[in-house]
Design a protein around this ligand. Structure first.
Ligand code: PA5
Length: 364
């Protein structure tokens, strides 16, 4: 489907193929953080390999992952990737309170990049009181202090990034902990493959690849002046869709929404009976995976016919053999696309002043 943003919004404000205009707007260096994801993933796997998980942490009855925002998504990725293999239920918690089932039979992964997020620190204290087997993942802050004081395993990752740009550190170290706790098989081969796939994608999606053949640049052009709506199959593709939404919010500083199939077939599809002007304001992106259930594949096709009033409809296909590589490849197209979209909107992708404002107001 052809995009028509030029008719609506005029010419693109910058040329995404011009390295000078990219550099001038990326003061915070988000492009280098995004391009560095493959090496960050390799480093994360290395860091985690040096962490000792005590014997009493093994084979717990349930797993919780606690964090907020950029430090929470790694938990979603681990949960959705390991769901079919892990016998224990895993729950991702975003908030102050922990569920009633948390006990000394629980493996609790506490993740905060800054180490100072109040919801996560509150939940840490509750996990500690219940005797949960805690592992802390952080670059420092109060969480590192608490972990040292309480003698719980600490995964210390490098500081100096935005939390969302530390996805490799936060996600792969959490995956490694679940593996070390005896809950899933060795993922080293999948990590290796995923890093290779991501490295290839840097060339395909990075700034030196022209918009003509660069899917992330083209998607940014489709999203420009529209509200992106990301749809993906339940499971790890849906976790990738959430990552897309958050990256568009924080990097591009604009609204984005996501939902999963089949659930959205039971409610959100009806919203596509809205006024033409509303539908035209939306740009739909479907995240597709070769492993999706055949009925889900059929649902995608039918859903496409329902959302045909959107300004554009685009498919993004995962790459790679393992689910880990396929998940990270879906995420990577969105990471780059959100970066280019920020440039089209004339904003520096890195700072998130609104989040800082909120945290400083809460601290008063
Ligand atoms: O992307 C962000 O900056 C936020 O979503 C943060 O990750 C969130 O506020 C939690 O902070 P931290 O990751 O330091 O625990």
């Amino acid at each position: 489907m052809q995009h028509d943003f030029k008719a609506k919004t005029g010419e693109l404000p910058i040329d995404l193929d011009n390295p000078d205009s990219i550099a001038s707007m990326d003061a915070g260096g988000m492009l280098s953080a995004i391009s560095g994801l493959p090496s960050q993933c390799r480093e994360a796997w290395e860091i985690a390999s040096t962490v000792t998980i005590p014997a009493e942490y093994r084979n717990r009855e349930n797993v919780i992952s606690i964090g907020m925002g950029g430090s929470a998504i790694g938990g979603d990725l681990v949960r959705t990737l390991t769901a079919s293999e892990m016998n224990q239920p895993m729950t991702v918690i975003r908030g102050y309170d922990i569920p009633g089932f948390v006990s000394d039979k629980t493996l609790a992964i506490l993740s905060s990049y800054s180490g100072n997020t109040e919801e996560t620190l509150t939940a840490y204290e509750s996990c500690n009181k219940r005797g949960a087997k805690i592992v802390a993942i952080t670059s420092g802050g109060r969480l590192a202090e608490l972990a040292r004081k309480d003698g719980v395993p600490l995964v210390l990752v490098p500081s100096g990034l935005q939390p969302r740009a530390a996805l490799g550190y936060l996600f792969l170290t959490a995956l490694s902990i679940v593996q070390k706790a005896g809950l899933v098989t060795d993922k080293s081969e999948d990590v290796e493959e995923a890093c290779d796939v991501l490295e290839q994608l840097v060339g395909v999606l990075g700034p030196s690849s022209p918009a003509e053949v660069n899917q992330s640049k083209r998607l940014a052009m489709h999203m420009f002046g529209r509200i992106p709506v990301i749809y993906a199959a339940v499971g790890f593709p849906a976790a990738a869709a959430l990552r897309w939404k958050c990256q568009i919010n924080e990097n591009s500083k604009t609204h984005a929404f996501w939902n999963e199939i089949p659930e959205m077939n039971h409610n959100e599809t009806v919203g596509w009976s809205a006024l033409d002007e509303i539908q035209k304001a939306l740009c739909v992106i479907f995240l597709r995976d070769k492993g999706e259930h055949p009925r889900i594949a059929k649902r995608f096709e039918i859903t496409k016919s329902i959302v045909k009033g959107a300004s554009s409809i685009n498919d993004v296909h995962s790459l790679g053999r393992s689910e880990l590589a396929r998940l990270l490849s879906l995420i990577y197209v969105g990471d780059f696309a959100s970066f280019y979209l920020a440039l089209l909107y004339g904003v520096d992708p890195t700072p998130v002043k609104v989040i800082e404002f909120l945290k400083s107001e809460l601290a008063k």
